[in-house]
Design a protein around this ligand. Structure first.
Ligand code: MG
Length: 254
């Protein structure tokens, strides 16, 4: 995707500051991957035998970084997620599970002249928005347990300890032929703080704790560092990644 005029216009109106932090915690390697520049802020959490998860998440990010600078429409974003799915599916399987990866994040775009966050999600990594110091989960997990909660079978409280909480129902790659990403458009509000994270963060910390850490740091890099440190201190064992993006919007240029 080439840098087009809407993308330049958005970059002129929405100033972002970004923080990125990640840790492999107790896993042998870090299978999370990140892209956080040029208007696209994405986290992918790979899975598969041996090094396949690492390759899966990086492959997805290599394709999806194409969303940066392109001011994509929702349909363009869906098409690129399908392209990433095909690229991960084309990876050699190796000896273990078929490689797969989640992806979540935001891309700056424009809709009817209004700067927007285009949110994409497949799997159980999450995108949150903090507006007015209140944290809201934007994405819905594609996981067995999230579906049980939605069906009223499992309470939200029990979900965080459920033995199958890490079983995802949609991934890029994996066994399924097609993928249906969730895509939303949210107008950018001045002062928005977006958080993209892998499940290593949300398994280790409650939403209330995540909100408290985000409030405690003005600087997005400090916020990301605090979140990772808190997850590790809480005994988090999985790879853990946090991308924090602060947005300042200037008035429409004349
Ligand atoms: Mg994980």
């Amino acid at each position: 995707m080439t840098v087009d005029r809407p993308a330049r216009r958005i970059a002129a109106r929405v100033r972002v500051a970004v923080g990125v932090a990640t840790a492999k915690a107790e896993r042998p390697r870090n299978e999370d991957a990140v892209w956080a520049r040029d208007g696209a802020f994405l986290v992918a959490d790979g899975m598969g035998g041996h090094d396949r998860g690492e390759v899966a998440s990086r492959t997805a990010i290599e394709v999806l970084r194409g969303l940066s600078q392109g001011a994509p429409t929702p349909d363009e974003a869906r098409a690129m997620v399908r392209e990433a799915h095909a690229a991960v599916r084309a990876l050699p399987k190796g000896t273990g599970r078929r490689p797969g990866t989640t992806v979540t994040g935001v891309v700056l775009t424009e809709h009817d002249g209004v700067p927007c966050w285009l949110v994409v999600n497949v799997g159980d990594s999450r995108t949150y928005r903090m507006a007015g110091a209140v944290l809201e989960q934007v994405t819905q997990d594609h996981s067995e347990v999230a579906e049980l909660v939605a069906a009223g079978v499992v309470s939200a409280e029990d979900a965080s300890r459920h033995p199958r909480r890490n079983v995802v129902t949609r991934v890029l790659g994996g066994g399924s032929r097609d993928v249906e990403p969730d895509v939303w458009l949210l107008p950018v509000s001045p002062g928005d703080r977006m958080l993209m994270c892998s499940d290593g963060l949300t398994d280790a910390l409650s939403d209330a704790r995540i909100e408290a850490e985000l409030r405690a740091a003005d600087d997005p890099q400090e916020a990301a560092d605090r979140l990772i440190a808190a997850a590790l201190a809480a005994g988090g064992r999985d790879n853990v990644t946090a991308v924090v993006v602060d947005a300042a919007v200037t008035r429409r240029p004349a």
